[in-house]
Design a protein around this ligand. Structure first.
Ligand SMILES: *Cc1c(COP(=O)(O)O)cnc(C)c1O
Length: 378
């Protein structure tokens, strides 16, 4: 067994294994119920980083009774598959939502089980992603020439053993129209020991390969994680990160700014901040959308532009990701555009003289960009 496999095998998975739990049998019994609906996993490395019950790392992985409250919540449209991924699966465990790229789940195990996971319905249960679903997924990509980009996800693709991962990547790389392969993973931040020389020598064979890693709080960036990121960057993999906006974990601008600054130092480019999805069992992590916009407004211009990710809502029902920006456009006409800068000062940009008026409700129509205006494309 490799060291990372040992750390994984020593995970806390039962309520009895967990520290920082109130000493009440009633409370423990509630958590036992929670863990039957949504499995628990905190690997030994991650558990060791946690300092106490208010630790932002703990809040991401500790089961709480609130997870079952949503089952009685009739006001909000929470669901087990809020992005309707199952509705966009031409074959099992492959989501084809956008024209030229797909998401392929290569397993459904993770180094830690995040309590706010958008795929809470799948993670940690046996028999969902199988050899057969994987075979069908790769076959689908081979048969669909329009797919030029695949996001390997799950679960966590890096929990697949080296030999198997090598096989999956080589089968994908043999597909001529598949231009890039992306790996979506929480492993570098949650089980950094998995990033071995052996793994890097496998990954190196399959460029252009991109990583999008999952980081939510600067406390996740330990010396072990720094080493893992450096090894991956030295392997020539462009590194990106994705962050979920979470109440009580990272819903303030200072925490986010520190996270993104530290990621840039590790050669990781912050890519997305996600508004929390409407996933059943995760309602207590949701913030208002204003919160995300306010955080973005306090980053943009105040820190390296490289360190300001896109803020997106993955739209409930399956419309895909939509980017949101704090409003910087004060006025937008054929003659001029008036904008607000990061200090709140107002600037005017005169337009070149136009030859013909813009067509109504098209992206060239100034009204399309005017704050507060809802425009529909014909
Ligand atoms: C997020 C996502 C992708 C990748 O989207 P990008 O914006 O290109 O990073 C692809 N497919 C699905 C289903 C996704 O959710």
């Amino acid at each position: 067994m490799e060291p990372w496999q040992k750390l994984l095998s020593k995970s806390a998975v039962k309520i009895e294994d967990l520290p920082f739990i109130p000493d009440s049998e009633e409370y423990r019994e509630k958590l036992r119920k929670v863990s039957k609906v949504f499995p628990v996993r905190i690997n030994a490395y991650f558990l060791e980083q946690i300092k106490g019950p208010d630790d932002p790392l703990w809040r991401q992985v500790a089961p709480t009774p609130e997870e079952l409250d949503d089952f009685f919540n009739t006001e909000e449209a929470l669901g087990s598959d809020p992005l309707n991924e199952e509705g966009d699966m031409p074959v099992p465990e492959l989501v084809h939502r956008y024209p030229d790229r797909v998401l392929l789940m290569v397993n459904n195990q993770c180094p830690i089980v995040c309590r706010f996971c958008t795929r809470k319905r799948k993670i940690g249960f046996p028999g969902i992603v199988t050899r057969e679903t994987l075979r069908q997924g790769i076959e689908y990509i081979r048969e669909h020439k329009e797919v030029r980009d695949v996001v390997l996800s799950g679960g966590d693709p890096l929990l697949v053993p080296d030999k198997e991962l090598d096989r999956i990547l080589s089968e994908l790389r043999a597909i001529p129209h598949l231009e890039i392969i992306r790996i979506g993973t929480r492993v570098p931040g949650a089980l950094p020991q998995r990033i071995t020389e052996e793994l890097c020598s496998i990954l190196r064979k399959y460029h252009p390969l991109y990583f999008n890693m999952h980081f939510n709080h600067p406390a996740e960036l330990t010396p072990e994680v720094e080493k893992a990121c450096n090894m991956l960057a030295d392997t020539g993999i462009p590194l990106g990160s994705q962050t979920v906006l979470l109440k009580g974990v990272n819903d303030d601008a200072e925490t986010m700014r520190e996270l993104f600054r530290k990621l840039l130092k590790l050669r990781v480019k912050p890519y997305y901040i996600y508004q929390a999805d409407m996933t059943l069992g995760t309602n207590h992590f949701r913030t208002s959308v204003q919160k995300g916009l306010e955080i973005l407004d306090r980053l943009q211009g105040h820190t390296s532009g490289m360190g300001v990710p896109y803020f997106v809502i993955d739209t409930p029902g399956g419309g895909g990701k939509v980017r949101l920006l704090p409003n910087s456009v004060v006025k937008f006409t054929d003659e001029e555009v008036v904008v607000r800068n990061f200090e709140g000062k107002i600037y005017r940009y005169p337009q070149p003289a136009t030859e013909k008026p813009a067509k109504k409700n098209m992206p060239s129509d100034p009204e399309f960009y005017t704050p507060g205006k809802i425009c529909e494309l014909a």
